[in-house]
Design a protein around this ligand. Structure first.
Ligand code: ADP
Ligand code: MG
Length: 286
């Protein structure tokens, strides 16, 4: 029986950025007919068996419209409820409150005034992707103008101490497929690098990695806690990427949990990862 899988992109990058290229033949070999389509196109998403968010890089500026579209698609993975929760970084505060090791995070909603950490710090929009709107400030700097510009665009600002391990070690991204660990890669420091030629995201430097045990342990706790907050099983997450940094004490901290459209680093890992992804899609439909 042939089934259809749609990989969802955006108008500017209709077939993604290349990271998912190996996923297409893997899905095909497991019986899917595969197509790419931008989320805001006239494509008929309602008849597909699996509609997989992969490269919807432009949602941040149009999140209400994007979430309404997600809710209109019956077979969206990850689900619209997961996407709603995960596309606002306020979830970091929920995970902090659940007792997880998360980069200290404070939220400044439009109308309230910020207070800044005494160390170097980062100000970024709570809804954002591809590092857009994120800026680093030196300790003592007045970032009020940046907060005000995020507020003027309707964003809540998110303030975190700058984690300087990003400059030396980068971020460690652990990828889970169907709730099960698949592979990991590192990502270099982003703030200070330049936008990709598409202008949609900062060009990233990725390399394969074998995660140490303390990083895997935190990633597992993050997935359990996120699934509990969402009221779902881990296995219901087709994909999850857990981005970790090391704090000043050397212990891993969660920087971001990506459940909406993360780059999964297929080009940085073993060719089996694309097949594990395709198998996880089959599991979602079973
Ligand atoms: N608290 C922080 N300390 C150090 N670097 C940060 C911090 N927050 C963000 N960054 C840098 O900015 C990039 C983008 O921020 P992130 O929170 O991952 O948002 P997104 O990837 O959704 O744009 C990160 O990959 C990292 O390089
Ligand atoms: Mg990130």
């Amino acid at each position: 029986m042939s089934r259809t899988a749609v990989l969802v992109s955006c108008a500017e990058l209709p077939t993604g950025d290349g990271d998912d290229d190996a996923v297409v033949p893997a899905l095909t070999s497991l019986g899917f007919s595969v197509e790419w389509a931008p989320w805001d196109s006239s494509f008929d998403f309602s008849s597909a068996d699996a509609v997989i968010l992969r490269a919807t890089w432009d949602y941040a500026a149009r999140r209400p419209e994007f979430l309404a579209w997600c809710e209109s698609v019956p077979s969206l993975v990850n689900s619209a409820a997961v996407v709603r929760w995960n596309t606002d970084k306020s979830y970091l505060v929920e995970l902090l409150d659940a007792g997880l090791a998360v980069v200290p995070t404070s939220l400044v909603a439009p109308g309230s005034s910020p207070s800044f950490p005494s160390s170097d710090f980062v100000v970024k929009p709570s809804v954002g992707a591809g590092s857009r709107g994120a800026a680093r400030f030196a300790s003592g700097a007045d970032a009020s103008a940046h907060v005000a510009s995020l507020h003027a665009e309707g964003h809540t600002a998110l303030i975190q101490p700058y984690q300087s391990s990003v400059d030396t070690d980068g971020e460690l991204a652990l990828v889970y497929l169907g709730g099960v660990y698949s592979h990991a890669f590192t990502k270099g420091a982003m703030l200070g690098s330049t936008l990709d030629s598409s202008g949609l995201y900062l060009a990233e430097e990725l390399a394969p990695a074998s995660p140490p045990a303390d990083a895997v342990a935190l990633a597992e706790d993050v997935l359990d806690a996120a699934s509990a907050l969402l009221g779902i099983l881990r296995a219901e997450l087709l994909y999850a990427r857990v981005d970790l940094v090391r704090g000043a004490d050397g212990k891993p901290l969660l920087l971001e949990l990506e459940l909406a459209e993360p780059s999964l680093g297929f080009r940085q890992t073993d060719p089996g990862a694309a097949m594990r992804f395709a198998s996880a899609v089959r599991q979602q439909l079973a």
